[in-house]
Design a protein. Structure first.
Lengths: 231, 231
DNA sequence: CTGTCTATCTATAAATC
DNA sequence: TGATTTATAGATAGACA
């Protein structure tokens, strides 16, 4: 039942490797078949393995010979060109993979920070003794993002509902403009950048985490709690 | 969004064909790559198309040359053997496809019969004027299957529950052994085969379908209903 | 070894930018 | 032309017969 994503590496287990070989060779053959049929082109595949005494070819030895003949008509220079193309392709794939890893890490980071923020809200304090400055900076950024979101919603409410601005403010009193300034994120931690705009955050990390939270006005006024997960 | 299952045939639309070609060539290349990596073998693919001035090869022209050299070392006889193998392979695929069609038809038939049976239960009568003898035979088989299932459940109950056999019988009184005899299914309709064992069914189709159903004991004692779908 | 089954993972048709 | 997105078709790992 395909427990996990198969990692692209040599399969050590002999039986599993052979089983995979059989299945995938069949699948590959089918793909070649489909490509030629769907697109009306010529193609062939050659597989040489210890499981078969001879190379296995598709769609037929004749087809292979034909394709090969064409390939051989290529001047050496052209063949080299193709080779370079192949190399370029691999480089592109590597680059793309790296980009994906980068994006994945970014997403993971954001999720971590969301979790951390929620834990902080639950505990009523920041457990910053275990956090690095980078963590705190990222957390600050995330919270700012959330605050901006709250602010946007507030504006929408003020414009579209029958609620007065002051009533709306009472629902989310922390969403004050002084906290809305964009944070210069992604360039490492810098205590000197935007410090004044993140006053609430600075206040927080300069104390010991067991006093009023920036969100205290909402429902955690006296937020300290012996059980870190139960407000 | 892959609206439909792509039928395996030449794509007439030029743009679509080219797009498919690009995608699938890439996919094929990836597959070759994976096969070689996972199974530690040598393989290559050659694609010759009007979209590229030269044949496209994987993993590299060198690899292709290597694989080809091996192929060329095969005696003509062996090459022919391989060719025959290819033909055999295609025949096997055709055979398999036919078997799948057959199985599919069988499944469809069974579903049709299930639906029919339920409709009959709902209507409280068999609308047999619109049914062929083959239909009725299949329906009889299906009902027998269901009765066998009921019987099996009854036995389980008698063995494992605190219920007495008679109590169990009251729940599903139709599951009497006289109806449990296996039906010789799949050889066409034959009024002379198993007729006695399917007495209830014969009774049913020899009348006009507006009287007691074989399942009448359960909850359709006086099953006729003006609305065919509402008991 | 070959086929089957099922839960997942992967490929990709179409639409859109 | 190529990249991205989304929903579906297809491939296949692992277990079993």
């Amino acid at each position: 039942m395909t427990r996990k994503k198969v990692k692209l590496a040599f399969i050590v287990n002999d039986a599993a490797r052979k089983a995979t070989y059989k299945k995938r060779k069949k699948g590959l053959m089918k793909k070649v078949d489909e490509l030629t049929t769907l697109c009306g082109i010529e193609a062939c595949a050659i597989v040489y393995s210890p499981y078969d005494s001879q190379p296995e070819v598709w769609p037929s030895p004749w087809g292979v010979q034909k394709a090969l003949a064409k390939f051989r008509t290529m001047p050496e220079l052209e063949q080299s060109k193709k080779m370079v193309n192949q190399e370029t392709f691999l480089k592109q794939r590597i680059l793309k993979a790296k980009e994906q890893v980068k994006k994945q890490n970014k997403d993971n980071r954001e999720k971590e920070m969301t979790l951390l923020m929620l834990q902080c809200l639950s505990a009523g304090k920041l457990l910053h003794d275990n956090l690095t400055m980078v963590d705190l900076n990222d957390l600050a950024w995330l919270i700012d993002q959330n605050l901006k979101d709250v602010d946007r919603r507030l504006e929408t409410m003020n414009k579209n509902s029958h609620m007065t601005p002051s009533q709306a403010q009472m629902i989310a009193p922390v969403a004050k403009n002084e906290y809305m300034t964009p944070v210069d994120h992604g360039h490492g931690f810098d205590m000197n950048v935007d410090t004044m705009q993140k006053q609430w955050f600075m206040d927080l990390i300069n104390n010991n985490g067991d006093e009023t939270m920036p969100f205290g006005d909402v429902n955690l006024q006296n937020g300290f709690c012996p059980n870190p997960l139960l407000p």
